[in-house]
Ligand binder design. Structure first.
Ligand SMILES: Nc1nc2c(ncn2[C@@H]2O[C@H](COP(=O)(O)OP(=O)(O)OP(=O)(O)O)[C@@H](O)[C@H]2O)c(=O)[nH]1
Ligand SMILES: [Mg+2]
Length: 223
């Protein structure tokens, strides 16, 4: 048991070292990096498709997207007009800094203003792995049930922003929005929350504004 703990500690320490190098590289380019984490199907890729249509005319964006299998998400994002590179984890339930570093080397992506990393759909494993990002974004779709923040506290306490997605479906569900929001606020009192529907566009302006403000703030610090 102790050996398992030691190996895990070593893996996380090595990941942290590489993530710090990635963070320096991103800072040198003035690239803002967001790490999107959620359970499978909560709407990460759909949000990025909608983001591409709104943000790309104003700022350069690119996506690294992690999945266990298929190039499907990268194809969807490219079809929406945003450069995207698929990382296949071959079974692993999360991205790590080594995979991101390798993807940046082998992909033809030019370092953009905004780099979004869509993590593998999973609410637990990706939470422990720093990818050199500026901030984590958790997504929680209203179809998942309002009890999820307290059941999976790690990501909701670490994410600077939680996006509650698919709110167009609220009239058809018994999802208790206030309860979900109260749990997220309890786990992360300083975190922000955003209600969003990529389908109707509700919340999309606020999402894009937040990304642009964050990019502006990072560039100001770098000057
Ligand atoms: N009604 C509704 N459906 C949505 C919305 N956003 C996404 N969906 C649907 O939810 C399903 C899953 O969306 P994806 O964007 O593929 O989810 P994902 O988080 O990228 O999934 P993984 O990459 O597999 O983890 C799709 O059928 C989308 O059309 C939304 O705002 N409203
Ligand atoms: Mg996806």
């Amino acid at each position: 048991m102790n050996q398992v703990v030691d190996v895990r500690k070593k893996v996380l320490e090595e990941n942290q070292r590489l993530a710090a190098e990635l963070r320096q590289g991103f800072a040198a380019h003035g690239t803002l990096v967001a790490n999107l984490i959620s359970s499978p199907g909560s709407g990460k890729t759909t949000l990025l498709e909608a983001t591409a249509r709104r943000l790309m005319p104003r700022i350069s964006c690119a996506v690294l997207v992690g999945d266990v299998a298929t190039e499907r998400d990268a194809e969807r994002i490219r079809a929406a007009g945003m450069p995207a590179h698929q990382i296949l984890t071959g079974g692993s339930c999360h991205l790590d800094a080594r995979l991101v570093d390798r993807a940046l080397r082998v992909s033809q992506l030019r370092m953009p203003d905004l780099l979004v990393i869509e993590n593998v759909g999973n609410l637990i494993c990706p939470t422990s792995y720093d990818l050199g990002e500026d901030f984590k974004v958790a997504l929680l779709s209203v179809t998942e049930g309002e009890d999820k923040p307290f059941k999976y506290p790690g990501i909701f306490s670490k994410a600077e922003l939680t996006v509650i997605t698919k709110i167009d479906l609220l009239p058809h569900l018994s999802f208790d929005l206030q309860a979900a929001q109260a749990q997220i606020a309890a786990l992360n009192p300083r975190g922000r929350q955003l209600l969003l529907s990529a389908q109707t566009g509700q919340g999309m302006d606020e999402w894009c504004k937040l990304l642009e403000e964050r990019l502006h703030a990072k560039r100001l610090v770098a000057v």
